[in-house]
Design a protein around this ligand. Sequence first.
Ligand code: FAD
Length: 599
Amino acid sequence: EGGMERHTYDVVVVGAGGAGLRAAIAAHEAGARTAVVCKSLLGKAHTVMAEGGIAAAMGNRWPEDNWEVHFRDTMRGGKMLNNWRMAQLHAQEAPERVQELEDWGALFDRTDDGLISQRDFGGHKYARLAHVGDRTGLEMIRTLQQRTVQLGIDVFMECTVTDLLKDDGKIAGAIGYWRESGRFITFDAPTVILATGGIGKSFKVTSNSWEYTGDGHALAMRAGAALINMEFVQFHPTGMVWPPSVKGLLVTESVRGDGGVLKNSEGKRFMFDYIPEFFKSETADTIEEADRWYDDKKNNRRPPELLPRDEVARAINSEIKAGRGTPHGGIYLDIASRRTPEFIRKRLPSMYHQFKELADVDITAEPMEIGPTCHYVMGGVEVDADTQESAVTGLYAVGECSGGMHGSNRLGGNSLGDLLVFGKRAGEAASAYAASLGDARPVVDEADVKAAQASALAPFEVEGGENPYTIQHDLQQSMNDLVGIIRTGSELEESLREIEVFKERAKTMVVEGHRQYNPGWHLAIDLRNMLIVSEAIAKAALAREESRGGHTRDDFPTTDAEVWGKKNLVVTLNTDGTGVDLHEKPLPVMPDELKKYFD
Ligand code: FAD
């Protein structure tokens, strides 16, 4: 392609969600020439959908709260598989990052004393989520975006990155294409920060939007980095189940934090039957105590509806399987009988409208029907805890596409905190490395640019092949059925066989038409990423022979502290690039001064 568009930067951030924007701001403020590239319009990233809030131990409602309690909650929520250093940094730095958002103009809800309000969420000992009604992500994105634009950071919107470019093992740049024109664009840059979000689109029922095809995960693997924790996928307990067009759409956990309860078709509040040993001492075991907790949190234990997400999702799944589900195959989430219409409309405005408009249900008068939905991937690029650098020099990953911080299960609110804390760290580390290079910067190899273009255009060369939509549809169904919320060895093996078949089918997928705005072609490119990420998830899920956090094995129902509690699974691309290899890795050892919190 003669005269391809080309740009030179110090730091290229791929993704304009909370993680990407925070990283870009930090890189720019550290003096780096910085660009943000994103697949959709600025402001459309997943982060905008976040409802509940940002977990940060600010202590505004509970002076007893501090980073140590938050750290302990995070590790326990992740069933101790988290990278302890990331959990520690996150707990320590989240309050500063929230405060800073406020300094930049974010308008949080307030306590009566005028402090930033904090709400209750599952797995957090104290009310800890800084929030803006149930539209926290919108305010966060608005604030970060405004600052990005004010600072004059270059933004490339509706531009998809397809490959990373290297020189002698180090990052030299990235290549992508404009979605509208289909024209290629190359970035020469010694650092790339991946902030591409999740992988939810590999599953049929998901709260994630079209963008979440695991691009960053796959780009990193293809560049030689490793993924960690990939067997751990979070199924949020409460997604809409009806009407079919919105199946999977999220119903925020705040509904439960604010008093909503789960009931089966017999009207029974069933969560009391599912309190695991691990959380018994801090969970109410009678309805009376659970209800008292909302007004008197000091003298009562938390309701079981606020157990961590994995526990609640499994319980709902069991009730539905046992035949106690609702007409549309869900469970009832009831706040109508417990709070006034005024309270509900004030605290949960988006939920009120979502149900009214999409399902014709008035949540102030009747219960919602909900069920588990694929929501978040704990797994992601394995990075250094302090800098977010991957195994590839110059390649960083941050936010949902990075791994380690959340272990086997993420607590609600801990993602938004993660984006801010590690976004800043990654931006600073990348700009420092770029500055240290002086004139000795890696150089893009033109042969790699050509190869990346040829690979992206390959589906145009095929004649008579299959269209990518059918392959995507079959993959989503397969992942949902075989690698979903409850897993067994035989089904995981079947899933890996099916993925091999999808990979074969994808080799001859064909796209019609031209390169100008061509969604079929875009999907063909995304599908390469979805396939490799799906394989990583299924392989790791098959290997981990225990149940822990977001990974539940029917054939290995217990948590195995002795063997599996001591190791992580790490995934890399195999030598010929056709599939993934799995490795075991001991957990990083927690220092004694932190171990004391878990006695
Ligand atoms: P995202 O915000 O997902 O952004 C990814 C960016 O990468 C986008 O700009 C996208 O265009 C870009 N991108 C992707 N691939 C490419 C590519 N190949 N080339 C160029 N650009 C690319 N977490 C909480 O902590 N609290 C909550 O209350 C909460 N509520 C949630 C509610 C919903 C409905 C959902 C779905 C999630 C919620 N989460 C919540 C989770 C949280 O919102 C996400 O984990 C988080 O926003 C991810 O942010 P991110 O910056 O990593 O990526």
